[in-house]
Design a protein around this ligand. Structure first.
Ligand code: NAP
Length: 277
C-alpha cells in the first residue's frame, strides 16, 4: 500500500528494514524529514502500516509498507522482486532489522539461532548484493548496515548475536572498497546500548538504564547514522561513551571479559561445572 505525500528527493527511494520500531523507525523518520520517499519493511503488518501512514502525513513523503519475514532463507530475493514489481528505484538501503537473545550458544533454540543468522547475515548481505548492484549500475547510492559496538569484541553469552554483528562490520568494510569507485557509499553504524524493544524480556533493566543515561535515545542514534551515511563515512559509532567502550573492548584482555561474566547477572554462566555435565 502507498501513502502519498508531495516531497521527494531525486525520486530514489530509501528502503529501511526493521522500520516499525526502535532505531529503524527513527532512521525512517530522519530520512523522511530529509525528503526521501520510504519503503518500510518489517514483520508486524499492523504496526508497520501505522508507522508508514504516520511518517507520510508528518513529513509529506510517499511511503510504502511491505510486511515481510526477513529471517526466511529466501527473504532477500523475494523482497527485491517485490520492490522491482512495484517499479521502485532504491537509492538508500538501510539494513537495520535485528533480534537479540542471551544464552549459552549450545543451549540456543536452533531455529531461533538460524533465524538470527538469516536476519543479521544472509538477508543484509544479499539485499546489498541485489540493490547494491543496481546502485553500481546507476553510479550512485548509499548502503547502511546497522551493526553494534559488540562487533569489536567476542562475548560469551551473546555468541550468535555478537559474531553476526562482527560479520556485518567486516562485510560492510569490504563492500565499501568495492563500491566506492562507482559512486556508492557503504557505512557501518555501530551503536552502544539504545533504549528500544530489543531487550524486551531479556531481563535488562531498560528503564533504569535510560534514567542513568546508560542507554541512548534511538532518534539520536538514527541522526548520527544518517548524517554519517550521507557524508560517506565508513563507520559511525554514535556518542562519546560508545566510542570509549569500543576502544576499551578492542584492547581489553579476555580475562577481564571472564570476570565481567561472573559478575554481570545478564551474562549467563552454566549452572554446573563442565565436569558435572
Ligand atoms: N538497542 C540496542 O541497544 C542496539 C545496540 C546496537 C545495535 N542494535 C541493532 O539495531 C537494530 C535495530 O534494533 P532496535 O534496537 O531498534 O530494536 P527493535 O525496536 O526491536 O527493532 C528491531 C526491528 O527489526 C524487525 N525485525 C525483527 N525480526 C524481523 C524479521 N524476522 N523480519 C522482519 N523484521 C524483523 C522488527 O520488526 P517487527 O517488530 O515487525 O518484528 C523491528 O522493527 C538491530 O539490528 C540491533 O541489533 C541495537
Amino acid at each position: 500500500m502507498t501513502y502519498t505525500g508531495s516531497r521527494t528527493t531525486n525520486g530514489g527511494w530509501a528502503l529501511v528494514t526493521g522500520a516499525c520500531s526502535g532505531i529503524g523507525l527513527e532512521l525512517s523518520r530522519n530520512l523522511a524529514r530529509r525528503g526521501y520517499p520510504l519503503i518500510m519493511v518489517s514483520n508486524r503488518e499492523t504496526e508497520l502500516i501505522a508507522a508508514a501512514e504516520q511518517l507520510a502525513s508528518e513529513h509529506g513523503v510517499s511511503t510504502q509498507a511491505i510486511a515481510f519475514d526477513l529471517a526466511r532463507p529466501d527473504a532477500s530475493r523475494s523482497l527485491y522482486e517485490e520492490v522491482r514489481r512495484r517499479a521502485l528505484d532504491v537509492d538508500v538501503l538501510v539494513s537495520n532489522a535485528g533480534m537479540f537473545f542471551f544464552g549459552e550458544a549450545v543451549e540456543a533454540d536452533p531455529d531461533r539461532a538460524e533465524g538470527m543468522l538469516h536476519l543479521h547475515v544472509v538477508t543484509p548481505s544479499l539485499l546489498a548484493r541485489w540493490f547494491g548492484g543496481d546502485m553500481r549500475a546507476r553510479r550512485h547510492g548509499h548502503v547502511l548496515f546497522v551493526s553494534s559496538i559488540c562487533a569489536w569484541r567476542d562475548f560469551p553469552g551473546i555468541a550468535w548475536y555478537g559474531s553476526s554483528k562482527r560479520y556485518l562490520r567486516s562485510f560492510s568494510a569490504s563492500l565499501r572498497e568495492e563500491l566506492a569507485p562507482w559512486g556508492v557509499s557503504v557505512t557501518c553504524l555501530a551503536p552502544g546500548a539504545v533504549a528500544t524493544d530489543l531487550y524486551d524480556k531479556t531481563g535488562v533493566p531498560v528503564q533504569k538504564a535510560v534514567k542513568y543515561k546508560v542507554m541512548a535515545d534511538p532518534a539520536r542514534i538514527a541522526k548520527a547514522g544518517v548524517d554519517g551515511m550521507l557524508r560517506g563515512k565508513a563507520v559511525v559509532i554514535p556518542g562519546l561513551s560508545a566510542k570509549i567502550m569500543t576502544a576499551a573492548m578492542a584492547t581489553m584482555p579476555q580475562g577481564l571479559i571472564h570476570l565481567l561474566r561472573t559478575r554481570a547477572p545478564f551474562l549467563p554462566m552454566p549452572d554446573k561445572e563442565p565436569s558435572d555435565r
